[in-house]
Design a protein around this ligand. Structure first.
Ligand SMILES: Cc1ncc(COP(=O)(O)O)c(C=O)c1O
Length: 391
């Protein structure tokens, strides 16, 4: 059986995009050459000419992403933000876009401060499904979803949004930012998305040592348009970062599954703790969107991200987050190590208080990125930090 005939994630993660070189290297060498020899003008020796246009390590990673997202084509960029930029840059001038309200801050910034300067106007909504029919205009070209959202972990029914959008106008692109789940837990292209994007900086690389972005699509036309821009804009990842990310990707299923199991234990504990006001975790059956989680996430797993409101307000949140011993107080997420942050004063500090509270980002909200350390040790750390937050 050819390896890629397998539909099993673990087999695909290990083998997709693994191409044997002339030496038979089991793990591909890092190909640093910026340019490639040609036999005669416009007759390259192999399939590469110049490393911005394509490079062996980037190609391997792009092939693997396409396979793991059940797409046909993958593209890699120098960051998740560069991926977003290229997708939005592909819209014709004068286009209209619709985005869920609580998208990643950098995506919101790109929509409102960069894309609008190029004539792309965006409407944000906190009730996407209900408001979609009224919000779509003649010039609407794109709908942007992030699921689960950051940091309140609301889940969107991608299939329902895709059906609603395509019924109105089949040419409107549906883009899903799948960063928080990774291709192991969900494949938005299966539910009707046209493009799935990731900050591979998070789970896909998974070791907090690379900034990189990827996307996948089933459409040749979309791929060719975005590949043209990838080359024209040149926001490409280095061969080394592509290689590292591909290495990280090969253990995605092990890391993400363990992070989700650890997070479930912690979320269950927090949900019954007297020191906690509320818990947001898509893997809990009490989560408002759990019916969607069961349909959209592998084994109804909730992922590695949790947010919760601690009793005692901002002061308790600050005390808790400086009292943990295993969870490191730092931005970012999706690595093997556990991190935590207080969104109101860190990742979401730039959003006016009223606006952030409207989407559930209160001063007492703490976000956990649960890593793959021992679950009992992580739980003990949370317990002692909760205790410390009361002193
Ligand atoms: C959901 C989401 N999308 C996109 C990005 C941007 O990715 P990058 O930091 O790799 O540019 C981030 C970064 O935090 C993110 O959390």
């Amino acid at each position: 059986m050819a390896v890629l005939d397998s539909d099993k994630f673990a087999t695909k993660a290990i083998h997709a995009g693994s191409h044997v070189d002339v030496h038979g290297s089991v793990i591909e060498p890092i190909s640093l050459s910026t340019t490639f020899k040609q036999h005669s003008p416009a007759q390259p020796v192999g399939e590469y000419e110049y490393s911005r246009s394509q490079n062996p390590n980037r190609k391997n990673l792009e092939d693997a992403i396409a396979v793991l997202e059940n797409g046909k084509y993958g593209l890699a960029f120098s960051s998740g933000s560069a991926t977003t930029a290229v997708v939005l840059q592909s819209l014709p001038q004068g286009s209209h876009a619709i985005s869920i309200g609580d998208v990643y801050g950098g995506t919101h910034r790109y929509f409102t401060k960069v894309a609008n300067a190029h004539g792309v106007e965006t409407t944000f909504t906190n009730n996407l499904l209900e408001e979609l029919p009224q919000l779509v205009k003649e010039n609407t070209r794109l709908v942007w979803i992030e699921s689960p959202t950051n940091p309140t972990l609301k889940v969107t029914d991608i299939e329902l949004v895709a059906k609603t959008v395509k019924n109105i106008n089949k040419d409107i692109l549906l883009v899903v930012d799948n960063t928080f789940l990774s291709p192991y837990l969900s494949n938005p292209l299966n539910f009707g998305a046209d493009i799935v994007v990731h900050s591979a900086t998070k789970y896909i690389n998974g070791h907090s040592d690379v900034v990189l972005g990827v996307l996948a699509t089933k459409s040749k036309e979309i791929y060719e348009r975005l590949q043209f821009l990838q080359n024209a804009i040149g926001a490409i990842p280095s061969p080394f970062d592509s290689w590292l990310t591909h290495r990280g990707l090969r253990t995605l299923h092990l890391r993400v599954r363990q992070a989700a199991l650890n997070a479930t234990k912690i979320a269950e504990f927090l949900a019954q703790s007297d020191d906690v006001v509320a818990v947001n975790y898509p893997g809990l059956p009490t989560h408002a969107d759990y019916a969607i989680v069961k349909k959209q996430h592998r084994d109804a797993l909730g992922g590695g991200m949790i947010s919760f409101r601690i009793k005692g307000g901002a002061a308790a949140a600050a005390k808790f987050s400086s009292s943990t011993r295993l969870f490191t107080l730092a931005e970012s997420l999706g690595g093997i190590e556990s991190l935590l942050e207080v969104p109101a004063v860190m990742t979401h500090g730039g959003i006016p208080k009223e606006q952030r509270e409207a989407s559930g980002v209160y001063d007492d909200l703490i976000r956990l990125s649960v890593g793959i350390e021992d679950a009992d040790d992580l739980l003990d750390d949370i317990k002692q930090a909760l205790q410390a937050s009361k002193n």
